[in-house]
Write a protein that binds this ligand. Structure first.
Ligand code: E4P
Length: 221
């Protein structure tokens, strides 16, 4: 499964990208609005840092506006994926934009039926938001399970990109049900690295090594 970061913060992206564990980036208007600088510059800088797909979202809600924005976004860098919201005009725009050769990530998907329609319209990525469903008492992962099954049943080209991830368990569950991509805040990726037994084990190894240095002549400081 590919792991994406869900952030527009370049410092956080660089920190994790140098570990070789970042396959791509998703942004949204909220995430970009948090960062200083112009939208295009932020997206361009992320695209220079990360070789994989970088989703950048349109903010128009009408067909013509979304298509025009998509065309502009695609000029920023070859790895830009245009993010279009799952609304009727968005489906129409997805069709036009994907037919024009650009890749589309249909975002704000909250049901498997919405995802099916997005794939049919030509989306390369379908983004179910699982945390927001969990927040309202629904099981977000169920939508992912359904979409993975639909993808396999019909050999859909669209990749299931799990968004609105809140904790490492979400990532693990997404991997187990066969999602193609999980996008997560940097804090979640950092938590995935951690285990108290790793820290305790390393502490013990280093303590034992320090003790051994006093008795073993061959070990130098
Ligand atoms: C995905 O592409 C979205 O940007 C994101 O995962 C939304 O997550 P949130 O519900 O934490 O805002």
């Amino acid at each position: 499964m590919k792991l994406f970061l869900d952030t527009a913060n370049l410092a956080q992206i660089k920190k994790l990208n140098q570990m070789g564990i970042v396959d791509g980036i998703t942004t949204n208007p909220t995430l970009v609005a948090r960062e200083p600088g112009e939208f295009e510059e932020i997206v361009a800088a992320i695209c220079r840092e990360v070789k994989g797909d970088v989703s950048a979202e349109v903010v128009s809600t009408d067909f013509a506006g979304m298509v025009a924005e998509a065309k502009h976004l695609a000029t920023i860098a070859p790895n830009v994926v245009v993010k279009i919201p799952m609304i009727p005009e968005g489906l129409r725009a997805t069709r036009a934009v994907s037919q024009a050769g650009m890749r589309v990530n249909v975002t704000l998907v909250f049901s498997a039926n919405q995802g099916l329609l997005a794939a049919k319209a030509g989306a390369s990525f379908i983004s179910p938001f699982i945390g927001r469903l969990d927040d309202i008492g629904q099981r977000g992962m169920e939508v992912v399970e359904d979409l993975v099954k639909i993808r396999d049943n019909y050999r859909l080209k669209a990749e299931v990109l799990v968004g609105s991830i809140r904790h490492p368990q979400h990532v693990l569950e997404a991997a187990k049900v066969g999602a193609d991509i999980a996008t997560m805040p940097p804090e979640v990726m950092e938590k995935m690295m951690q285990h108290p037994l790793t820290d305790a084990g390393l502490k013990r190894f280093l303590e034992d090594w320090e003790k051994a240095k006093k008795t073993k002549a061959s070990i130098t400081a």
